[in-house]
Design a binder for this molecule. Structure first.
Ligand SMILES: *[C@@H]1O[C@H](CO)[C@@H](O)[C@H](O)[C@H]1NC(C)=O
Ligand SMILES: *[C@@H]1O[C@H](CO)[C@@H](O)[C@H](O)[C@H]1NC(C)=O
Ligand SMILES: *[C@@H]1O[C@H](CO)[C@@H](O)[C@H](O)[C@H]1NC(C)=O
Ligand SMILES: *[C@@H]1O[C@H](CO)[C@@H](O)[C@H](O)[C@H]1NC(C)=O
Length: 512
């Protein structure tokens, strides 16, 4: 009896850390600002066949329309109601996307903006994406409904009403983040309205939530909301499955709020990961890849089973949030592919791949003055479709990093080596490193400025393998480099520092 009870508690207590991806699919992709129609198509035509586990979508809830004169991407982080219409599409299109993606076992993770509503100075002259009336100046959001009682205006202790000092955790959680109206999450009414929204999404069939601005909410308030959530829809998930929760907490160290305060609620975004990996790959501050030998907890990151990891996200790829200049993005493709390849080969954390749109980046005094620019769109503000070129890349300024051969093939690599230990580490005490994943896969990097020519123990069965970075195995033919693993498991690797991609990855599903 007692043991059964304990087991049940443990199972329940851990459920929200489980990403709910189909077994053998180990990564999700953030299709930033994509329309629901395009995501549905991408699930069917690309993500399912290539082993992606799911998609993080942009916030689906109604938001304020900002025209200055063009629409910024960040307007979607200013909710007006929990109705499902946004630049990405309406409720019917949302339901169709979730159904079609679930049908091919690619699950949907919703970016839930629940800490706040829109900026405090917006009035009834402003418009919202579903056409709902609101007036932020009088705290009136009848489409939820929220009124003056539902905000933290009285609770916040700063004169400005905003967060003035990140060292003061009460300010960070009770005051307005960049003037956004802070919801009174200690009120059961507010908690219930948020849970109602999230439960409706669960009914439709989503698999989990990214909790936006989690650091700006008290962990206990968030727990009270999460405790109201239903189990996942049994049309697609097994009975008793809990929604996957990952909380946006930017903790690079040295602040009053720690990621660990949120572990009880679910996973947490590990922002140190991309900031440090970027520093290493760029070889800044004397860092070198040889130091990656103990990557993960050894670098003072959170425990692997609590971490959601990424090279860049929609904020720090354009200098928002935190993480700083070291973060690698598609703008530095050669180093970006290496960083993403390292992340996907390494066992630490649950991995999220970024998929971006291009914007007219323009630096003035070290700051990108176009960091606000929204997704590729027509004159009327409608988001442009993601077109697919004959070579499978994307058009209309959609970058589609997840379709880059090197990144897509490493998503597959991670699935193939799932559950295998980190093994056979080698380094030259500089920026040439290699490691394996048990007897399933092996990867070698040359980030030095000279040739690499070395014979290494791979741990793999003997045979000829197709490098999935320079090419891939198509039927019986390898379009890239071939690597011969000898009977003793060793193989010779040669990588010129002038190669297009200075890394090689082999795995047992790409054996000739
Ligand atoms: C999803 O799959 C079910 C069962 O295979 C099928 O009946 C349904 O039409 C599919 N729905 C969509 C939107 O593809
Ligand atoms: C709101 O929409 C109306 C009608 O299209 C328009 O005239 C008005 O300028 C919009 N308001 C703002 C602040 O964009
Ligand atoms: C690794 O780098 C060192 C210099 O730091 C160099 O002497 C050595 O040849 C390199 N090792 C290999 C295997 O290339
Ligand atoms: C690579 O190393 C092997 C063994 O040391 C040597 O025989 C071979 O010539 C080297 N190849 C190149 C291209 O440097």
């Amino acid at each position: 009896m007692r043991i059964l009870f304990l087991l049940a508690t443990v199972a329940l207590g851990w459920a929200q850390y489980n990403p709910n991806t189909r077994p053998g699919r180990t990564s999700i992709v953030h299709l930033f600002e994509w329309s629901w129609t395009d995501i549905a198509l991408e699930c069917e035509r690309y993500l399912a066949p290539n082993g992606f586990g799911g998609v993080q979508i942009s916030p689906p809830s109604e938001n304020v329309i900002i025209t200055n004169p063009w629409r910024p991407w960040w307007e979607r982080y200013q909710p007006i109601s929990y109705k499902l219409c946004s630049r990405s599409g309406n409720e019917d299109e949302f339901i169709d996307m979730v159904t079609r993606c679930n049908n091919v076992s690619v699950h949907i993770y919703v970016d839930a903006v629940i800490n706040h509503m829109c900026a405090s100075g917006l009035g009834s002259e402003n418009n919202a994406t579903c056409g709902s009336y609101f007036n932020a100046k009088t705290r009136d959001f009848p489409a939820v409904p929220y009124s003056g009682w539902d905000f933290n205006d009285g609770k916040c202790k700063t004169g400005s009403g905003g967060i003035d000092n990140y060292g003061d955790l009460e300010q960070v959680r009770d005051c307005r983040l960049v003037s956004l109206l802070d919801l009174a999450l200690e009120k059961d009414y507010v908690r219930s309205k948020i849970a109602e929204y999230m439960n409706y999404l669960i009914d439709i069939g989503v698999a989990g939530f990214r909790i936006d601005a989690a650091k700006h909410m008290w962990p206990g308030d968030m727990k009270a909301i999460l405790d109201k959530l239903k189990d996942l829809n049994t049309d697609w998930f097994s009975l008793g499955s809990r929604p996957f929760i990952y909380q946006e907490v930017i903790d690079l160290g040295g602040e009053s709020i720690k990621s660990s305060e949120y572990f009880g609620n679910g996973r947490v975004t590990e922002f140190k990961y991309g900031a440090k990996l970027g520093t290493v790959i760029r070889k800044w501050n004397g860092e070198k890849m040889a130091y990656l030998r103990n990557w993960g907890e050894g670098w003072a990151f959170m425990p692997s089973d609590k971490a959601l990891v990424f090279v860049d996200n929609h904020d720090n790829q354009r200098g928002h949030g935190a993480g700083g200049a070291s973060v690698l993005t598609f703008w530095d493709p050669r180093q970006y592919k290496m960083a993403t390849g390292f992340m996907l080969a390494h066992p630490y954390g649950f991995t999220r791949v970024m998929s971006s749109f291009r914007w007219p980046r323009y630096f003035q005094n070290g700051k990108d003055i176009n960091d606000w620019v929204g997704p590729p769109s027509f004159e009327d503000g409608t988001t442009k479709p993601v077109t697919i070129n004959p070579d499978t890349t994307c058009g209309n300024d959609w970058v589609c990093e997840h379709r880059w051969r090197q990144i897509r093939n490493m998503v597959i690599f991670r699935n193939v080596v799932d559950g295998q230990p980190f093994s056979n580490w080698w380094d030259n005490n500089s920026n040439q490193v290699a490691f394996g994943r048990g007897n399933k896969g092996f990867i070698v990097f040359n980030n030095d400025d000279w040739y690499l020519n070395v014979t290494l123990q791979t741990g793999l069965p003997a045979g000829t393998y197709c490098d999935v970075i320079s090419g891939q195995k198509n039927d019986d033919y390898c379009t890239g480099l071939e690597i011969d693993v000898a009977n003793d498991g060793t193989a010779n690797f040669q990588i010129s520092n002038n190669d297009e991609d200075t890394f090689i990855a082999i795995h047992v599903d790409a054996k000739m």
